[in-house]
Design a protein. Sequence first.
Length: 333
Amino acid sequence: MNKKLFVVGAFALTALLVGCGNDATLKNGEEVVAELDGKTITAEDLYAELKEQGGNVTLTNMIDEFILNKEYETDEDAETYADSQLQSYKSSYESYGMNFSDALKQAGYDGEDEFKDSLILDYKKKTATEDYVKNNLKDSEIKDYYDDNIFGDIEVRHILISPNTNDDMTDDEKKEAEKKAKKEAEDIIKKLDDGEKFSDLAKKYSDDEGTASNGGKMTASYGSVVDEFWDAASKLKDKTYTEEPVETEYGYHIIYRIKQNEKPSLDKVRDDVIDDLVKEKMDNDSTLQTRALVELRKKYNLDITDSSLKKDYDESVDAALAAKSSNNTNSAN
């Protein structure tokens, strides 16, 4: 769960910035927020202490909330995301016999509505990060990804022989079942070598219920079949079959390649390529959200007038950029 950090600090800082009406003041005009045994604590004292206890984080969170709510409407997608996440958290807590309302209070939330607001903000941060990555994609990156990851579908026939195993078997029994399945697949290849028809053998022997009745015919798309299957099919020439069984998590396959279709043009799949690239970059670079928010703050001409808070802010941004630089260096090694 994303805890609501420095909630008290946020409200206190806001109150200090806007003033507190007719509260007590010292002779020098400083506002007094507490007195005890001759000791006075002024608003300036409190402000200084709050700055030390996460003031930069509190201020940054307030700034980001303001910006994100201006940049992005709370649309149906945001509501759906927040409702789904809220229900997931709630179900998880309740499955362990924990009181979700109590957990929210301990995390600093007044209730589910306030927590949902924070989830909507998370969604907007994610959206802002996606937009940032998209806006910084180069055409060369899109073209390279297209060349390396987009392929024409391969039309094949296949026969699957699955080991007859269950959870009650010993390891030795499972190994014996796998050995038997592989031997059966090898025997089917011999039948193919002797001239028997692939589609007939698929109908008779294949354990793939989805394709067996159709003579094992299917279309293999890159990413939609396991890697071992795709690699074997892509290496075959048209109208040839694998000389050895192809082992995957499902069992042993014999694959016959019919043909490979031409891959779609870049224009046709450009949006999909961009989506894949954005996801890949976000999965591999944890600093992107920080960088996206930094850019948004610049767009809104952020000016932190408190010198110590500005110093803390600049240092936190520099640290994020350094982390990005370090990630790039490690990836190159």
